[in-house]
Design a binder for this molecule. Structure first.
Ligand SMILES: O=c1ccn([C@H]2C[C@H](O)[C@@H](COP(=O)(O)OP(=O)(O)OP(=O)(O)O)O2)c(=O)[nH]1
Ligand SMILES: [Mg+2]
Length: 151
């Protein structure tokens, strides 16, 4: 089978016994992503990066969105401060790193929230996107989290 899109475990977590993301029901859009290690999301509202131990490959005109589970804020008091995480196709095996996906998380409960290894923290949805007529993007991704600068 030709590889089109999917998830792989990054080297750092290769012996950690992680599961590859699954959809829970036949028509679900989202692949549920689990935390790769225990982490506390602090009561003070500061932002933590949660390791997933995963990278994602996809077609050049596809993007992977990380979107909160509806139970995230409602039951656990957890939100993604960036609302939606955008995982670009060229983040996979980029120049500086393998392209591990991290989930930004913040507690809005006023309490510490304990995330345990294996907890399903976010859902990931593959989506095709369009480009504008005059698009001339030719840059090469060298990392993530601000690698392309502010200007
Ligand atoms: O929640 C997220 C958001 C992004 N990323 C990684 C994958 C993505 O391809 C890369 C860049 O994300 P984005 O373009 O949203 O952030 P940026 O601040 O514009 O960084 P850059 O300048 O590297 O594009 O960072 C994550 O691991 N988790
Ligand atoms: Mg960017």
């Amino acid at each position: 089978m030709t590889k089109k899109r999917g998830f792989e475990i990054v080297k750092k977590f290769k012996d950690a016994g992680l599961d590859l993301p699954q959809r829970e029901t036949a028509n679900a859009a989202g692949y549920d992503i689990k935390a790769a290690a225990d982490i506390t999301i602090p009561a003070d509202g500061s932002i933590k990066l949660v390791s997933t131990g995963l990278k994602a490959y996809m077609q050049a005109d596809e993007v992977l969105y990380l979107i909160n589970r509806s139970s995230g804020p409602y039951k656990r008091g957890l939100v993604l401060p960036n609302s939606v995480g955008v995982i670009d196709a060229d983040y996979y095996n980029n120049e500086k790193n393998e392209g591990e996906i991290f989930v930004q998380m913040r507690s809005i409960s006023g309490q510490d929230v304990q995330i345990k290894k294996g907890d399903r923290i976010v859902q990931a949805i593959f989506i095709p996107f369009l480009i504008a007529d005059d698009d001339q993007a030719a840059g090469v991704r060298t990392g993530g989290f601000g690698s392309t600068g502010d200007k």
